[in-house]
Design a protein around this ligand. Structure first.
Ligand code: KE4
Length: 434
């Protein structure tokens, strides 16, 4: 057993200071039956906790660290930036450079606004859709997560479209009523929905590769149908690529799919580990944003010099490395997938690993499902078995996401040797939980 005495002490103190001892519930380890380890530092593909235990990191700050921790180019850019000041609240050339990098990588983005988180990005995109169209209704999908703004923090009462009930105290019934929740990957449903409500729908926001119920790629027919229906009914299609952006391809999921949304939201990788979100898209839409247009949105630290420096240093390397970088990540994910599937089969454990580029999820299926295509099938997974698997991996130096309904992420620094070690530990865990 690993020594966790400092983690235990520090986390106990954290629970006196912050709700649940965390600044985001996703890292509270609530679903895995053990307390979080407290991290002291990171390097490359590794995390080190305060008891100096080393872990191969498959969370990577929930996606941003695609180049690994302490990338030398990013670190150098930050050191240089911090010596010029940390924030001015005024235009800088680096904001232009980051915006130009996004436009180069994601051609559907003709103009962009930088913000400080994915939540701000999606919240602003939804306000823009409503402000531009003059309509109130927004469609989201059960199992998709777009951050914690009121309009998007709602859950369907069932898999049928519903004028949702709030998913959190504090979200008003009135607010939730303008959000329609629909089943993911169900194009027939969307056709019926638009036939009934099309003239009221301002926009549809979707994770083109869902990552917040575990990795569930949107089917081409589903996403193509969304594009057709929104165009036909003058509603906006918003691709939430906070997670998939710069993760599944240089140009994100929209590049792999060949589908052009009206707006795209970004986060995570665009900031290289610092707080950056962004929303962007069609020129006529973005020119509706204040001070050109009337849709209000603002932010003290938006585009700040440190965050833009880290974002530029990250995106520039991804642009230079191009598609071969993502092919390499994909090849490593495929090796992990094959290794996990073979080891689970040997232990007679129903498992399906689903992936897109450098993100993936091993789903602990129930006895009847063959794959996970929507929240309904994700929710049937054996979360207790996942929790037992998680605890064994953590004790053996692997740091997975602490929920069945999250994605694992790879960096370019996850070597073949680390992939093999991860497969070996997973095989041990499958045997122990079978
Ligand atoms: P942030 O506000 O956490 O930067 O982004 C919200 C968000 C928006 N859209 C998508 C597709 C997202 O995945 C996220 C945030 N992802 C979670 C992980 N599943 C962040 C982890 C956390 O909340 O601590």
């Amino acid at each position: 057993m690993k020594n966790h005495q400092n983690s235990i002490r520090i986390f106990q103190e954290a629970k006196e200071l912050m709700p649940g001892g965390v600044n985001s519930p996703a890292r509270a380890f609530l679903a895995v039956g053990t307390d979080p380890v407290v991290i002291d530092h990171a390097a490359g593909p590794y995390l080190f906790d305060v008891d100096n235990n080393q872990y191969i990191d498959y969370v990577l700050s929930w996606g941003p660290m695609i180049l690994g921790h302490c990338d030398p180019v990013v670190t150098r850019a930050l050191h240089e930036a911090v010596n010029r000041g940390t924030s001015y609240g005024a235009p800088t050339n680096d904001e232009n450079r980051l915006a130009q990098l996004v436009r180069t990588l994601v051609p559907s983005v003709e103009k962009i606004r930088l913000v400080n988180s994915g939540t701000e990005a999606t919240m602003s995109a939804v306000r823009l859709a409503r402000g531009f169209t003059g309509r109130d209704k927004i469609v989201k999908f059960v199992g998709n997560y777009h951050g914690h703004s009121d309009s998007l923090l709602v859950a369907a009462g069932s898999a049928a479209a519903t004028f949702s009930v709030p998913d959190s105290p504090g979200v008003t019934q009135a607010n939730a009523a303008d959000t329609i929740c629909a089943p993911y990957n169900d194009e027939a449903f969307m056709t019926r929905l638009f036939a009934q409500f099309g003239s009221q729908i301002a926009g549809v926001i979707v994770e083109p590769v869902a990552g917040n119920m575990g990795c569930v790629p949107g089917s081409l027919s589903f996403l193509t149908t969304l594009r057709q229906l929104t165009a036909e009914h003058n509603a906006l299609l918003i691709f939430d690529e906070v997670m998939s952006g710069f993760r599944v391809a240089p140009g994100g999921a929209q590049q792999r799919l060949g589908i052009q949304p009206d707006l795209t939201t970004f986060g995570k990788i665009i900031g290289g580990g610092l707080p950056v979100g962004a929303y962007g898209g069609r020129l006529d839409l973005m020119n509706a944003i204040i001070p050109v247009g009337k849709v209000y949105q603002a932010g003290t630290l938006s585009g700040n010099p440190l965050a833009t420096a880290a974002g530029i240093a990250t995106l520039q390397q991804l642009l230079t490395a191009g598609q071969p970088f993502y092919d390499s990540l994909t090849e490593k994910v495929q090796r992990l997938t094959t290794g996990f599937q073979q080891a689970a089969q040997a232990a007679r454990i129903p498992l399906k690993v689903q992936s897109a580029g450098g993100m993936f999820t091993p789903f602990f299926l129930n006895e009847t499902d063959q794959e996970v295509t929507s929240w309904d099938s994700a929710a049937r997974c054996n979360t207790q078995r996942f929790a037992a698997f998680f605890r064994i991996l953590l004790e053996n130096g692997i740091y997975p996401p602490c929920s069945q309904f999250e994605c694992w992420f790879l960096s370019s620094l996850h070597s073949d040797e680390l992939i093999e070690k991860t497969i070996d530990v997973a095989a041990l865990a499958f045997k122990q939980i079978s």
